[in-house]
Design a protein around this ligand. Structure first.
Ligand code: ZN
Length: 486
């Protein structure tokens, strides 16, 4: 009887704590943001974007394949399209096609902001051209949508930022805070020629930035699990990238008298061990921040759960791990992507190699991932090598309480009323990672409304943007520049 009483008391305390936490779990959404003024650029802005899309500024892993005349023409197009910018702003080029513009502010005590993007695009996969409703480099409009490679990733951002600045210049706006615009020519392959070079130069000049805004988050019009309304996802960090090769070499010989395990079996077993031992699930790389923004907007049940992460973290992890996208935001992912071994069905393989791609959660490193792989494989017959050709450390995490996040948040609320704003973790890589040494506050967001279906169009077929959405992008950047003056 006494035990039951204690149990009941404990239960009452627990429920009270859960409820109090939920009641104190207040909304972080800015309210009463007035709609910003419209930007009257009209149809001519669309025509300029059309011309930009018609230029095939395609990036290839083999730089020798690059059609540099297209990049040359793109620079010419910008000069012709934005006369005020090219008269009044300072323009520098990096490795010929990387661009940095400076719009000097009147108050040098304010740290500059940097808006960035890239104007190279991925190729259209051979054989898919005919699946496009409109050819990918024609710049054609149908049903209120402009089709073309780069309409979402990322020429629309570059052009919309320039449209916004050109319009502000025409209206006589003079910034107090310096605005920098940086555009890369090779984001889709490495970013080494563009963003990396520009960031290194800013670092050399010891320029401290207030914040950086790049692509890497969108306005999800169909919401996210548990939240059935538009959600603006602002990347406050991005995952790292490394591929690791597992290799074993054995004697080979005739397959009539095989050893107990051939080199294929050995490497296969190592791969299997890695798949069975996923990296630990963590909420501290963006998810905890995200929950504090989306949690209070959710229905009662979920609100209670997210307000009490101290208790429900294991449950949250378990539910999130069920979907591939949820799992990817939760942990460093392990993806075996290449397996090479054997030449003939009756010959024992000599060398066997598996390549495994890891997307690394902030807080871990390429080195710590390699270390863990060695521990799990735990077999001296297998060599574990990090492929040095392309590695990228996960980014540091930016602070949602920083000025930049607040101004982006405010701008989203003005231009896209009814949207829930939240920080999140960008799963792919962006050019902004090179700026980590110049600025701790890097945010990744394009003001592009997209649903699930649209996200498939990025790097895919029928990439397109609605004309109305494009006008709003311009309005977003113009408003953000204005909002960031203080
Ligand atoms: Zn991109």
């Amino acid at each position: 009887m006494k035990r039951l009483r204690w149990l009941l008391l404990g239960l009452v305390i627990l429920i009270s704590v859960l409820l109090v936490n939920m009641l104190r779990f207040s909304s972080k959404q800015l309210t009463d943001v007035p709609p910003p003024p419209a930007v009257s650029v009209g149809d001519s802005a669309v025509q300029r974007l059309v011309k930009a899309l018609q230029l095939r500024t395609v990036s290839f892993t083999d730089y020798a394949l690059t059609d540099t005349t297209q990049f040359e023409q793109f620079l010419g197009l910008l000069q012709q399209s934005f006369p005020q910018i090219h008269q009044q702003l300072k323009r520098e080029t990096f490795n010929r096609y990387g661009l940095l513009y400076e719009w000097k502010g009147s108050n040098s005590a304010l740290k500059p902001i940097l808006l960035m993007g890239h104007y190279d695009v991925v190729p259209v996969i051979q054989g898919t051209q005919n699946m496009w409703k409109k050819p990918p480099f024609a710049g054609l409009i149908e049903g209120g949508f402009l089709y073309g490679r780069g309409t979402l990733d990322d020429k629309s951002s570059v052009m919309a930022q320039l449209e916004a600045v050109e319009w502000l210049l025409r209206t006589g706006f003079q910034p107090e805070r310096t605005i920098l615009l940086a555009y890369g020519q090779d984001e889709e392959v490495t970013g080494f020629r563009g963003a990396q070079t520009i960031a290194a130069e800013l670092e050399r000049r010891k320029i401290a930035l207030e914040y950086v805004l790049d692509e890497g988050g969108v306005l999800k019009t169909d919401g996210i699990p548990g939240l059935n309304q538009p959600v603006a996802l602002i990347g406050i960090g991005e995952k790292g990238y490394a591929s690791i090769e597992l290799t074993t070499v054995s004697k080979g010989g005739h397959s009539s008298m095989p050893p107990k395990q051939t080199s294929i079996g050995l490497v296969a077993e190592a791969v299997s061990k890695l798949e069975k031992n996923p990296f630990p699930a963590r909420l501290d790389a963006g998810l905890d921040q995200m929950f504090t923004y989306i949690g209070p907007e959710m229905p009662l049940g979920q609100r209670l759960v997210f307000a009490n992460q101290w208790l429900f973290a294991p449950l949250i992890k378990q539910i999130m791990a069920q979907s591939n996208s949820g799992n990817a935001t939760l942990r460093t992912t392990t993806a075996p992507t290449i397996f090479q071994a054997g030449v003939k069905d009756n010959v024992l393989p000599i060398e066997a190699t598996a390549t495994i791609n890891f997307r690394i959660l902030p807080g871990e490193t390429v080195e710590s991932v390699a270390e863990r792989v060695r521990e799990i494989v735990d077999d001296e017959r297998i060599q574990v090598n990090v492929l040095k050709k392309f590695i990228s450390q996960p980014s540091p995490m930016s602070d949602p309480n920083a000025l930049g996040f607040e101004r982006i948040h405010q701008t989203i609320k003005g231009v896209f009323p009814g949207t829930v704003v939240t920080p999140y973790l960008t799963l792919g890589g962006t050019d902004s990672r090179f700026y980590a040494r110049v600025c701790p506050q890097i945010f990744r967001f394009s003001p592009t409304p997209m649903n699930d279906e649209d996200t498939q169009r990025v790097h895919g077929t029928n990439e397109r943007i609605s004309l109305n959405d494009y006008q709003n992008m311009i309005r977003f950047y113009a408003t953000l520049i204005r909002n960031s003056q203080r």
